[in-house]
Ligand binder design. Structure first.
Ligand SMILES: Cc1ncc(COP(=O)(O)O)c(C=O)c1O
Length: 383
């Protein structure tokens, strides 16, 4: 066999941050003989409501559970999503305005292949979810970071966006509640962003994966509730955080029918749809909300957020408590080492894993991201 060479396009592509950190955890556990307290990925640890676990067990026993599910949504899932958008946001959707995904990340990472030509530009939040950028690079497009900074309260500055536009700018990623900053957005603020995009012919890709994880009185809005937004926007939704189904890999995209048709065409070559049991579970979850379970989950995140925050103060980190999402975005003490070095030291010395802010873009340097969905029973043994 000739010497093995992976594709050149992988040379400039970093391994996904949590794939890399999971390996580091194993090594440190081996060398220290002590379990690492993992504040890395935002993997919801509150078990799903038992009503859904029971339903899933039933659904996998159905005679047709094993067959290929087809490429779009089942009738049942279409009508459940349509009903949910109507009840939750007052948004009417048609069947060609939604598509189930194998997790929101499936749609987010495949969309560049469906929408971008080489040399196209996409505006991405900095700091932001890494999958807004890396898959675009793989198709020869250019992610152009826009700033989410403390001085701007981690909100979007439209004057800055204006300066980042070029004739090649095709779309903009917007994500609130934000990973990693924990900032949220109001419908009025979304309306201004939608107006900006509409006037400039930009598509908005709105990541609303944390729409059901907010800690204040105001529920998160949908971009699709802005009048005319379906003309220019799609929204990604996820069952991972809202229902603690992260490992089951269920999500959706809703909104502009042309964008969705392009993604559906691409995905028809990439996968074989979302399995029937999972579509059945998705439909059931949307039509049978377990409010008591949801309230309890939020309560658990809030109480852990506050305990973790106290311990982070002890490390010299400063932050505003997140209003939504699953992370504290902590600023390193001034004069500290890089975020990578800070995290590496904590891992080696205290067996605590935080995510270096630099993994989320250059504005993440000087910060760390701390997941709040972590078992904190033994937190005092580590800090
Ligand atoms: C902003 C954001 N979007 C999307 C996802 C992925 O969601 P899913 O599990 O549905 O693929 C995540 C996961 O952490 C996220 O932080």
């Amino acid at each position: 066999m000739k010497p093995f060479n992976a594709a050149k396009r992988l040379d400039d592509m970093p391994e996904y941050v949590f794939s890399r950190l999971n390996k580091a955890i194993k090594e440190v556990e081996r060398s220290s003989g002590r379990p690492v307290m993992n504040f890395g990925a935002g993997s919801p640890d509150v078990p799903p409501s038992p009503i859904y676990s029971q339903k899933l067990a039933e659904l996998v026993q159905a005679p047709n559970a094993h067959v290929y599910p087809g490429y779009g949504a089942t009738e049942e899932l279409s009508s459940a999503l349509i009903g949910w958008y109507q009840d939750r946001f007052g948004v009417s959707l048609a069947k060609d305005e939604l598509l189930p995904l194998n997790g929101a990340k499936d749609g987010i990472s495949h969309l560049p292949l469906a929408l971008l030509n080489e040399g196209d530009e996409v505006l991405v939040p900095d700091p932001g979810y890494p999958s807004f950028s890396t898959p675009a690079l793989l198709v020869g497009a250019r992610p152009v970071p826009y700033n989410l900074t403390e001085s701007n309260n981690f909100k979007i500055d439209l004057d800055e966006l204006e300066k980042k536009l070029s004739p090649r700018t095709k779309y903009i990623w917007v994500n609130f509640p934000s990973n990693p900053t924990g900032q949220v957005i109001t419908a009025a603020e979304l309306e201004v962003i939608a107006g900006f995009a509409r006037e400039r012919g930009l598509i908005i890709l709105y990541d609303n994966a944390y729409s059901e994880i907010t800690f204040g009185d105001q529920p998160a809005p949908s971009i699709l509730q802005i009048e005319g937004a379906k003309g220019i926007a799609v929204e990604f939704g996820s069952f991972s955080k809202a229902f603690s189904f992260a490992g089951l890999r269920m999500g959706w995209v809703a909104g502009n029918a042309d964008v969705i048709a392009a993604l559906a065409k691409l995905k028809s070559q990439m996968d074989s749809g979302l399995s029937l049991p999972l579509q059945g579970l998705a439909a059931y979850a949307l039509t049978h909300p377990d409010q008591a379970w949801h309230d309890q989950m939020i309560k658990s995140y809030v109480s852990r957020r506050d305990v973790i925050a106290d311990h982070l103060n002890g490390l010299g980190l400063s932050f505003t408590l997140p209003a939504g999402g699953l992370y504290i975005w902590g600023k390193l003490p001034s004069g500290a080492v890089t975020s990578e070095e800070f995290c590496e030291r904590l891992l080696q010395e205290k067996q605590i894993l935080l995510t270096p802010g630099s993994a989320f873009g250059s504005n993440g340097e000087g910060y760390v991201r701390v997941s709040i969905c972590v078992n904190i029973d033994n937190i005092n043994n580590h800090f």
